[in-house]
Design a protein around this ligand. Structure first.
Ligand code: XIL
Length: 727
């Protein structure tokens, strides 16, 4: 749920407007979290796991959270408060509670649970309320956050009084209802941005900017002082189709114009975002007289052209770069199955958008923008081929935008550099359009405290990245760098893609203060020294030795394979895989060779997902750096029993494999390039090998590995085992 943040901003703006707070902020109660459960229940979940959570119009409300299917007294709704609490601050928690079934009265308990440093949890009952069935009771209670809440994150929860399992009766398991939860920080000092620190953009030669919101343009906005760190602005949302033309022919420029006017007044440049996108576009755009009420191609084109003409006429001479088309590709690099594609049937809609934009404002620089294209892979390849086709057809495209929603662990600075090189070589401008550097490697990472270690590590990532940007700008390969937001508290990465998880991806923190990432460019004495990576104990990984020898990759067991021993796939990663499959390895100056003999009675490649077909996957980390993300030396090579080869990283040109069926299943013989290292006896190479087992319906029913059973080898190399090259 985004609304609590918006609410907090509103709260602050209101405080400013009524004059309670000046730049010497006066303490004030600030509402930080509010949910009246009209549509979603954000990060609330069941404490026991069995509970059913629903937003329902019950007991006269226009939406409340109803928690049924409780199996124990301690079951009920729970929510982490990680995105709300500040160490030492005091809060008032207001909430309405009731229950639906069972006895005429019941006790409901509001409590806080916090992990303890020594393990386990502490439980504090804040209030017990006698509640009448089907009637709302209001609980209002104070809570002071302990000093360690950043590290040991408390949760708020509701339960009925504790009873051992054998004494529980149905009355103890009533369906709890909660509504109008509000958490107010008492005597909070509103955050005030520093005004006396140097403007960050002066640290960079390239134009440096950020995505902004209209409310930030007013002098009264607490965010306003941060704007001077940027030389370029882009509207985070206000120039999207749903905001500029919410209903057909009704253009609403007011909000976007606030940003444009501010930029012009303050001698800043502007980017335009966005003319054609599948998201944040009103439904009417695709409606018309075609089948099922869809627009015909002509109708859609008319809508697109009117939109492009009107918007570009309005901003002519004011905006130098426009994202003409945004995110038009799928992850595999094919055209996104958007309504534009469904209606038009080809990439002609992209070509037309650029042509119409050029006609409407011949001076604007026109960009194709996307995410995930800043590192090598199928999506980047698709993007590259698309751009080449557009250029070959004379479509007026001036550049590509790499959104760059990246993380501290992926991609590497080198990968982004190579990507800039690749597109600059086409003679195109490259802009970094939506940079944020998430502190999480994946969606399964739990919230981390924003401690000095983490923020220092992030600062050094920014340093390496921006040093490369500076070089690419000097080499005339990079044009501009835009941050997606001005401070961490307004980043779209709070609550997304993980609800209730805070992120810290920008230069200014949740209280608008300059972070180590800022100071590393402005005054690096203020930043702690870079920590060297902790040494990894190589003894804890499974290891096999490979002898030297060069087989021919033909699916036959050449005599040289007699040198190698068979190793069993011992780890049952998931499901069922037939026992007895083995593999062996050899190496030479060019490759690591693998011969896998897979026992399998039913071979199937029906699944559309390659990893769910009967196949062998080889994971290689040439430098054996056991990293948190794939680098250039890492690859995942997949070969199915019919010899279909698919990749995730790795060297596609040099990898060779042959698969053949046998009486007992199939074999795969492969040569995996060792092109990033100097091989000699004693060298350690990160390695794992996996069997994907499909049943006769084409469903993957099992996975087996040699080294590691986490099934996360596709994500990073930290779990791979080791092959030691020997004589
Ligand atoms: C995001 C905004 O930051 C959010 O406020 C909004 O709710 C959704 O869109 N790629 C883009 C941007 O091109 O427009 C998106 O912005 C982030 C991903």
């Amino acid at each position: 749920m985004k609304s609590w943040k918006r609410f907090a901003v509103l709260g602050l703006t209101a405080i400013m407007a009524f004059g309670f707070a000046t730049s010497n902020a006066v303490a004030k109660d600030v509402s930080l979290y509010k949910n009246s459960f009209k549509s979603d229940f954000d990060a609330w979940r069941g404490r026991g796991g069995s509970e059913k959570l629903e937003v329902k119009k019950v007991l006269g409300s226009d939406g409340a959270l109803v928690i049924s299917n409780r199996n124990a007294t301690w079951n009920g709704p729970i929510r982490l408060l990680n995105d709300v609490l500040t160490p030492g601050a005091t809060y008032r928690i207001n909430v309405k509670v009731s229950y639906l079934d069972g006895p005429t009265t019941q006790t409901l308990v509001l409590s806080v649970q916090q992990p303890l440093a020594e393990g386990g949890d502490s439980y504090t009952n804040l209030q017990s309320a006698q509640v009448a069935k089907n009637k709302w009771t209001t609980i209002s209670v104070e809570y002071t956050a302990p000093a360690n809440v950043d590290k040991y994150q408390p949760s708020l929860y509701f339960e009925t009084p504790w009873k051992p399992d054998n004494e529980i009766r149905p009355d103890d398991l009533v369906s709890i209802c909660i509504d109008e939860v509000e958490i107010i920080e008492l005597n909070a000092t509103p955050a005030v941005a520093q005004k006396d620190i140097p403007a960050l953009h002066k640290s960079f030669k390239f134009p440096f900017g950020a995505a902004a919101r209209p409310d930030q343009m007013s002098d009264a906005s607490p965010y306003n002082p941060l704007l001077r760190h940027f030389k370029v602005l882009v509207a985070e949302n206000e120039m999207k189709q749903e905001n500029l033309q919410p209903s057909k022919g009704k253009f609403t420029f007011e909000n976007a114009d606030k940003i444009v006017n501010y930029a012009q007044k303050n001698n800043m440049k502007l980017r335009g975002h966005v003319l054609v996108w599948h998201s944040q576009v009103p439904a009417w755009f695709f409606e018309g007289s075609g089948a099922k009420g869809m627009a015909t191609k002509d109708e859609l084109y008319k809508n697109m052209k009117t939109h492009i003409d009107t918007v570009l006429a309005h901003y002519k001479g004011k905006i130098d770069s426009w994202d003409v088309v945004n995110e038009c590709l799928e992850e595999d690099g094919t055209l996104r199955n958007s309504k534009y594609l469904q209606i038009v049937g080809s990439e002609e809609y992209i070509e037309n958008a650029f042509r119409w934009a050029r006609e409407a404002d011949p001076n604007a620089k026109l960009f194709l923008n996307d995410y995930g294209v800043e590192s090598a892979g199928a999506k980047q390849d698709g993007f590259y081929e698309l751009v080449k086709r557009l250029l070959a057809k004379g479509v007026p495209i001036d550049g590509v935008g790499f959104q760059c929603h990246i993380s501290m662990s992926y991609p590497s600075v080198k990968q982004i550099k190579d990507s800039i090189d690749r597109f600059a070589a086409l003679g195109l401008k490259v802009q970094i359009t939506e940079l944020d550097v998430s502190v999480y490697a994946s969606d399964v990472d739990a919230q981390k405290p924003a401690d000095n270690d983490l923020l220092t590590e992030q600062a050094y990532y920014f340093k390496d990245l921006f040093t490369m940007f500076e070089q690419q700008y000097k080499a005339k390969k990079l044009d501009m760098v835009m941050m997606w937001g001005i401070s961490d508290d307004c980043s779209w990465l709070n609550d997304f893609p993980v609800k209730g998880r805070k992120n810290y991806p920008l230069f200014f923190d949740h209280k608008m203060q300059a972070k180590p990432a800022y100071w590393i460019f402005v005054d690096k004495k203020k930043v702690s020294p870079r920590k060297s990576k902790p040494k990894i104990d190589m003894k804890k990984f499974p290891r096999i030795k490979a002898k030297k020898g060069t087989p021919t990759i033909d699916g036959e067991l050449d005599a040289v394979w007699q040198k190698a021993n068979n190793t069993l796939f011992e780890i049952k990663t998931s499901g069922n895989v037939k026992d007895g499959s083995t593999f062996k390895v050899l190496w030479d100056e060019k490759n690591l060779y693998v011969f896998a003999d897979i026992k399998d009675d039913v071979l199937n490649d029906a699944s559309a997902n390659d990893h769910e077909q009967d196949s062998v996957e080889i994971f290689i980390d040439q430098k054996n750096d056991k990293a948190q993300a794939y680098g250039n030396d890492d690859g995942q090579y997949r070969v199915n029993f019919k010899n279909r080869i698919t990749f995730n990283g790795g060297n596609k040109d040099l990898f060779k494999a042959v698969a053949k069926r046998t009486d007992t299943g199939y074999i795969v013989e492969a040569a995996c390039p060792l092109d990033s290292i100097k091989q000699k006896a004693g060298t350690l190479v990160g390695f794992d090998i996996q069997i994907n087992e499909a049943d006769k319906t084409g469903t993957r029913v099992g996975v087996s590995n040699w080294a590691n059973g986490t099934n996360l080898g596709y994500r990073d190399t930290s779990s791979f085992g080791i092959v030691e090259l020997s004589k």
